[in-house]
Design a protein around this ligand. Structure first.
Ligand SMILES: O=C(CO)[C@H](O)[C@H](O)COP(=O)(O)O
Length: 226
């Protein structure tokens, strides 16, 4: 099975965790895309009453096309369950997200959800976080100064660019990816980043996920994280 097929099997499996009447946070990315397709099918064939809370315009657009009712996070009373992808997950089930620049909305939706499920292909599992560059969303104003501070700290920063243009997030901010190699203490790093003025949100998702569905060549594995 190739990577996209592994993403497809976990997306299809995760849809079974959604029950009629639920308000569901819908993540972003190529794995979640398969979940949204599968959910669209269920909504149409089983006439389910589901409200989706999308974490990106991409997800919202596809969900709407498939007939899934979409609401903004501030229009719902609660979120029963959020299903999202991840860029890297370590042995303590801490994660890096934001490869698709949606981690600010993804984190807001995740921390307001009763349960969180991550769906990943096996390549996302690692012993220690850090080989995937850590995305940090920053306010454009003063971002060059912040960049210099990251550099001084040895974070090996890189602006996320599209040619010579800064890529903008949903909130019209920039992304700086930190090439850390290894993250020894994710909680400490998270706090250090949060304390820096101009940082909006980093891609460390700590103590958030409850269940992880991993796609392996021989089938899916369900991990109860917390
Ligand atoms: O955090 C994310 C977007 O901000 C995605 O969940 C993450 O990048 C995984 O994406 P994919 O499923 O395409 O591998």
């Amino acid at each position: 099975m190739n990577q996209d097929e592994l993403k497809q099997i976990v997306g299809r499996e995760a849809v079974n965790y959604i029950q009629d009447g639920m308000t569901v946070g819908l993540g972003t990315g190529s794995t979640v895309k398969h979940l949204v397709e599968a959910l669209g099918k269920r909504v149409q064939t089983e006439n389910l009453n589901i409200v989706g809370v999308p974490t990106s315009n991409r997800t919202a657009k596809r969900a709407k096309e498939l007939g899934i009712t979409i609401k903004d996070i501030d229009q719902v009373d609660h979120i029963d369950l959020t299903i999202d992808g991840a860029d890297q997950i370590d042995e303590h089930y801490q994660g890096i997200k934001g490869g698709g620049i949606a981690h600010l909305r993804e984190k807001i939706v995740a921390i307001n959800s009763r349960k969180n499920i991550w769906i990943v292909d096996e390549s996302k599992l690692t012993k220690q976080l850090g080989s995937f560059p850590l995305p940090v969303e920053v306010i454009p104003y003063g971002s060059q100064q912040l960049f210099k501070k990251f550099k001084k700290r040895g974070y090996n920063p890189k602006f996320r660019m599209d040619g010579d243009r800064f890529i903008l997030t949903h909130s019209k901010n920039y992304i700086i990816d930190l090439g850390l190699g290894k993250i020894g203490d994710p909680h400490k790093l998270a706090k250090n980043l949060k304390d820096m003025t101009g940082v909006v949100e980093h891609g460390l998702f700590l103590d958030i996920v409850n269940t992880i569905i991993v796609g392996h060549a021989n089938g899916t594995e369900v991990i109860k994280a917390r």
